[in-house]
Design a protein around this ligand. Sequence first.
Ligand code: URA
Length: 204
Amino acid sequence: AAGALEFEQRPDTLAAIDTAIHACRKCPIGALENEAVMGEGSRDASLMIVGEQPGDQEDRAGRPFVGPAGQLLDVHLEQAGIDRRRAYVTNTVKHFKYVQRGKRRLHQNPGAKEIDTCRWWIEAERAIVKPKLVLAMGASAARGMLGKTVSISRARGEPILLEDGSELWITAHPSYLLRLEGTAREEQARLFDADLVAVAERLA
Ligand code: URA
C-alpha cells in the first residue's frame, strides 16, 4: 500500500531509491528540504534494522544511526553478537523532522500520516534486500512495518510473520534508553538485550 498518497512505480535498485528519496516531497518533512538519509549496509543482509528517522547528526552525515542513539545501538548489537556491517540499517522516515531553536535543531516525532506516507520507501528497500528478519525499533518503526500503531511492550519478544514469510521483531528504540536513568534504564537495557539476543539466535 502506498499510504495516504499515490507514488509512481517502485524503484527496483537501492541507488534508485536513494536518488528518489532526495527528491521526495510527499510529506511536510520532505518539504523542509534537508538531506534525505538512505539506508546502508549489505544488499544481501538477512537482518534489516529499522529506526524512526535520521537525527541531527545523521542528517549532517547522510548516514543512519551515527549519532548518540546509533552509538548505543552499536554497543548492544556487539553484545548480542550481531555484526552491524552484515545488516541493512535504515529508517522509517527518510528526512529529519525538527524545529529550529536558535542554532539547535530539535527532534520532532514524525506523525502517523508522515510515517504512513514514507513507509512506501522501506517497503521498496525490503523488496530488494529481502531480509529474513526485520528488527523494528520503536513505535514509529513498528507502525512503518505494520501500517498501524502497536504497543512495544505487548509486541516485543515474539516474531510477527510478514506476508513474504520474513519475521518482524519489535523492540524499543535506543533513544528511549538514552532518555532513561538508573534502574529504569538498566531494566530497559536488559529487555533490549534480550530482544537482540533472540534475533541473533534466529539468524544463526
Ligand atoms: N534515530 C533513528 O531512529 N534513526 C537514526 O538514524 C538516528 C537516530
